[in-house]
Write a protein that binds this ligand. Structure first.
Ligand code: GDP
Length: 335
């Protein structure tokens, strides 16, 4: 078993639950910070729109990024996968002429084999991830957005592409002109996600700085989730993934340009429409805050170190509590 993440005892625990909506690398950084600050009071609801079947195995890239990041074993050099990885399986696969465009390290492979095996015996993805999180010593809950398949498909200049073909195999080169979440119509909501969002001791809902189109929209397209956010009596706060007109990493800005959306935090706020009570933007974009409706908090949002992640998590929690106090005052005034 790997080393448990030490959640430092602190005054932030016990103030109620936070649900964080999260994609992969960008979102997981803030989820890590939140998990350090509030430990078992955090539930991370993770995008599974990028999941696919490969070599007979179920691959869940964002769930695994969150699992490895919160477990303190993410591969920081590669930006994906596990630390301390070896590549014997890939070498042998290449030797056999197998499909080698999607990399699976040896240790990572064990997770994939075991998950696929357990799912075939009737265990749900939610149950499997709860077991895996416990094995990795993670106090926070990691929930897939849904146990039924919802798959992100991109309408591109090269035709319809499943997310991983676009992202990994084609390295985001094709132009995107539309995004579809296949299966969202038929999927059943997850009881665990619904319960988390309806928790009587919910403190707030945080939309992590993930790609709004590819990581957060699939979560919002999952039956029931958008409605629960719309009806939330607690603050819903997002952290912008855009810093100074650029994305820290990945195709967010390229896709925004292709969909004719300006690369600004204001556009992020507009994208989330009426869902948000507040948006955290980077301090370099502080001048933009006037054009954004609702409450705006400017802070350093670039998370390079674990300390940056924890500091931003504390800022976000402070912002959530500030808005909660506002909402209470308003509710009292309405009598
Ligand atoms: P993916 O599924 O692995 O692409 O990861 P996400 O969707 O969760 O994250 C991608 C987004 O995270 C990109 O738009 C980045 O700009 C954003 N991002 C990555 N690191 C940071 C960071 O340190 N701060 C902020 N504000 N955004 C970040």
């Amino acid at each position: 078993m790997s080393t448990a993440v030490q959640t430092q005892p602190n005054s932030q625990e016990g103030k109620g639950r936070i649900v964080a909506l999260c994609g992969g690398v960008g979102g997981a950084k803030l989820a890590f910070g939140l998990s350090r600050v509030i430990g078992s009071d955090l539930t991370v609801v993770v995008n599974t729109g990028d999941d696919f079947e490969h070599l007979g195995l179920l691959v869940s890239p964002d769930l695994d990024t969150v699992l490895y990041t919160l477990g303190g074993i993410a591969n920081k050099e590669l930006g994906w996968g596990r630390a301390d990885e070896s590549w014997n399986f890939m070498e042998a696969l290449r030797h056999l002429g197998g499909e080698a465009w999607f990399q699976l390290g040896d240790r990572d492979l064990a997770l994939h084999v075991e998950r696929t095996h357990q799912l075939r015996t009737g265990v749900s993805l939610t149950e499997f991830m709860a077991m895996a999180a416990e094995r990795h010593g993670i106090a926070s809950k990691i929930l897939p957005m849904c146990d039924d398949p919802i798959r992100t498909m991109l309408a591109t200049s090269e035709g319809m592409l499943p997310f991983q073909r676009y992202f990994v195999e084609r390295r985001c080169a094709p132009e995107v002109n539309g995004i579809v979440f296949e299966g969202a119509g038929e999927a059943r909501p997850s009881a665990q996600v619904t319960a988390a969002l309806q928790s009587p001791d919910l403190r707030g809902i945080v939309i992590c700085p993930s790609n709004p189109f590819l990581s957060i929209d699939p979560i919002l397209a999952t039956p029931g989730i958008r409605k629960l956010l719309e009806g939330a009596r607690v603050p819903v706060v997002a952290v912008s993934p855009i810093i100074g007109g650029a994305a820290v990493k990945g195709p967010t800005v390229k896709i925004m340009a292709e969909l004719n959306v300006p690369a600004t935090s204001r556009a992020i706020a507009q994208h989330y429409g009426g869902l948000l009570h507040g948006l955290v933007i980077d301090e370099v974009d502080a001048a933009d805050s006037a054009g954004i409706g609702g409450r705006v908090h400017a802070a350093p949002t670039l998370m390079k170190s674990d300390e940056d992640r924890e500091r931003l998590a504390r800022e976000v929690l402070g912002f959530v509590d500030l808005i909660a106090a506002d909402l209470q005052t308003k509710a009292r005034a309405l009598g």
